[in-house]
Design a protein around this ligand. Structure first.
Ligand SMILES: C[S@@+](CC[C@H](N)C(=O)[O-])C[C@H]1O[C@@H](n2cnc3c(N)ncnc32)[C@H](O)[C@@H]1O
Length: 197
């Protein structure tokens, strides 16, 4: 705790997550949510305006007080009832099987006890519920993977604990979730940018 983590990091988080290139990811993830939705690490609330029916209610969990303040403002742009849980996801203050959907976007890279948090998500999610996520993590390409390992110690220091190299899929599966890949021929995506020659 300190000036950097309490004041600067929440601002940096808000600025980074406002990147317009992330919007389609947020729209897709939130667009698949329904019922009583728990968003883990809601941050400054960039996902909240994308909530639509069949979302009935959003429970927005966030431990950083500054981000909760920003997210409260963002919550006015959604027509849904939004309640805030000012807590860490290592101990989600909800009953077993209490939510229909869990949403997590760009959190698992930085949450210290990510395995505990995933176990908590499994506990509070309905057995027929859905965990929806978009997360940064370990690249399949071996050369990129090595670079991620090399960069992560320094990156963690400046980014509030973000790891570039977490194996997100195996972490999720290890917590008792069944990963549902899209059909490979239709879901291989290229993302980047290009300029005219
Ligand atoms: C990179 S930000 C992403 C914020 C938001 N999910 C978004 O997409 O804009 C990471 C978030 O994880 C939250 N976080 C860190 N540790 C956490 C924990 N133990 N439990 C819940 N959230 C946590 C941070 O406070 C921050 O809001």
């Amino acid at each position: 705790m300190g000036f950097y983590s309490d004041i600067i990091l929440p601002r940096l988080c808000d600025l980074a997550m406002r990147n317009k290139q992330l919007v389609p990811f947020c729209e897709r993830v939130i667009g698949a949510a329904e019922g009583r939705v728990l968003e883990i690490g809601v941050g400054s609330g960039i996902n909240l305006p994308f909530c639509r029916t069949p979302v009935r209610e959003v429970l927005a969990l966030e431990p950083a007080p500054r981000l909760v303040t920003l997210a409260r403002s963002a919550s006015h742009a959604t027509g849904m009832p939004v309640s805030f849980l000012e807590a860490s996801a290592e101990g989600i203050p909800l009953d077993k099987h209490g939510v229909d959907t869990i949403v997590t976007t760009w959190n698992l890279c930085s949450i210290p006890q990510a395995a505990t948090v995933l176990a908590e998500m499994r506990r509070v999610l309905q057995p027929c519920g859905m965990l929806l996520f978009v997360e940064r993590g370990l690249a399949a390409d071996e050369a990129v993977h090595r670079l991620q390992d090399w960069l992560t110690p320094a990156w963690r220091r400046i980014s509030g604990g973000c790891h570039l190299n977490r194996p997100i899929r195996s972490m999720i599966e290890g917590a008792g979730f069944r990963y549902i890949p899209g059909p490979k021929p239709m879901t291989f995506m290229y993302e980047g940018s290009a300029r005219p020659n």
